[in-house]
Design a protein around this ligand. Structure first.
Ligand SMILES: *[C@@H]1O[C@H](CO)[C@@H](O)[C@H](O)[C@H]1NC(C)=O
Ligand SMILES: *[C@@H]1O[C@H](CO)[C@@H](O)[C@H](O)[C@H]1NC(C)=O
Ligand SMILES: *[C@@H]1O[C@H](CO)[C@@H](O)[C@H](O)[C@H]1NC(C)=O
Ligand SMILES: *[C@@H]1O[C@H](CO)[C@@H](O)[C@H](O)[C@H]1NC(C)=O
Ligand SMILES: *[C@@H]1O[C@H](CO)[C@@H](O)[C@H](O)[C@H]1NC(C)=O
Ligand SMILES: *[C@@H]1O[C@H](CO)[C@@H](O)[C@H](O)[C@H]1NC(C)=O
Length: 273
């Protein structure tokens, strides 16, 4: 047997082992409790037990899934990591039929989902307990690379420390309610490329103390009136910025200062409704 063949055989065997052992693992309890919170709060059509990632239960709700991490050879190489890193890779809940799963825990203060990379959740305005702000629970899930939340009425404010997401690439928040954007919102999320904010922003400060080294596109609806905003877009804070678009809502009065170098490479769009 030549050595290449031996290597192929070994890799194949490791993959099988890995797949086998993974299918036997159970979701750690803290991670399961976090998932059960989401299932109840948003009426997700998923079982509240170890089968929550099982495609069988999704039935016709193909767009309502928790997904486990895709198995590949790298997992075997880093196999000595704690097993809970293997779970809950992605969650996608778009058009789903709600089910009543009971009251979400009101004592949960943080979501424990250390491998969660992506959350897409469109709850169509219905949450079970309106006073549990999902952003407050999500702010500690630093593994996230995609956050997309739509029409979540639990978001009555943005926590002042919703920032420092080292893996975040895409952030999208679409809401009906007007909100104040805290000064440090998403600050120092070094991989963040795109921010899309579709709700009336009633106050915002953008100055050169912010740090968005990868941000390519920034878009928001402004409901700012004279005095409720300070927007100074500098190359120091936004070295990669290419698109900066504000949709100014009726009656708002939004002034933007650009201090960009070279200034003509950024597509600026300030529209008034
Ligand atoms: C998980 O919940 C589903 C739906 O309630 C149920 O059918 C299934 O038997 C449960 N599985 C386990 C392992 O308890
Ligand atoms: C909703 O959550 C709040 C805050 O955690 C809690 O005080 C309240 O009891 C919860 N309401 C219900 C009906 O569980
Ligand atoms: C934003 O993050 C940078 C880098 O960590 C930090 O130096 C700066 O003080 C932060 N800005 C604010 C307003 O907190
Ligand atoms: C709007 O802001 C300008 C400059 O800061 C100020 O001079 C003016 O009085 C403000 N107008 C109102 C209505 O607040
Ligand atoms: C914007 O920031 C630049 C760089 O820090 C500064 O020179 C300029 O005075 C600021 N402009 C306003 C209007 O704040
Ligand atoms: C908007 O605000 C600027 C100063 O911030 C002021 O000069 C201007 O008159 C205002 N325009 C309207 C329509 O209120």
């Amino acid at each position: 047997m030549n050595s290449n063949w031996f290597l192929v055989m070994t890799v194949a065997t490791l993959l099988l082992c890995c797949h086998y052992s993974n299918s036997q693992q159970t979701i750690p309890d803290d991670e399961l409790q976090s998932a059960i919170f989401l299932i109840r709060q948003y009426g997700l059509p998923v079982p509240q037990n170890q089968s929550l990632c099982d495609p069988f239960y999704a039935g016709s709700n193909v767009h309502a899934r928790f997904l486990k991490e895709i198995i590949d050879i790298y997992l075997y190489i880093i196999y000595l990591l704690p097993l809970h890193y293997l779970f809950m890779e992605s969650s996608y809940f778009n058009s789903y039929t709600r089910i009543d799963g009971g009251s979400p825990s009101s004592t949960l203060t943080t979501l424990t989902m250390p491998a969660l990379k992506s959350i897409h959740l469109d709850c169509k305005g219905v949450v079970v307990n309106q006073s549990i702000n999902i952003l407050k629970l999500l702010k500690s899930v630093k593994s996230l690379s995609i956050i997309e939340l739509l029409y979540d009425t639990s978001i009555s404010y943005i926590p002042s420390d919703f920032n420092n997401f080292p893996n975040l690439v895409d952030f999208q928040l679409t809401l009906d309610q007007p909100l104040i954007i805290p000064r440090t919102f998403l600050n120092n999320s070094v991989d963040l490329q795109s921010i899309t904010i579709q709700f009336p922003v009633s106050s915002i400060t953008i100055d050169d103390s912010l740090y968005f080294p990868s941000l390519f596109s920034d878009y928001f609806y402004s409901n700012c009136i004279n005095g409720s905003h300070h927007i100074n877009v500098t190359s120091k804070s936004f070295p990669k910025l290419s698109v900066f678009a504000i949709n100014a809502l009726l009656g708002s009065n939004t002034t933007v200062y650009f201090n960009l170098d070279p200034s003509d490479t950024v597509k600026k769009r300030l529209s008034e409704n």
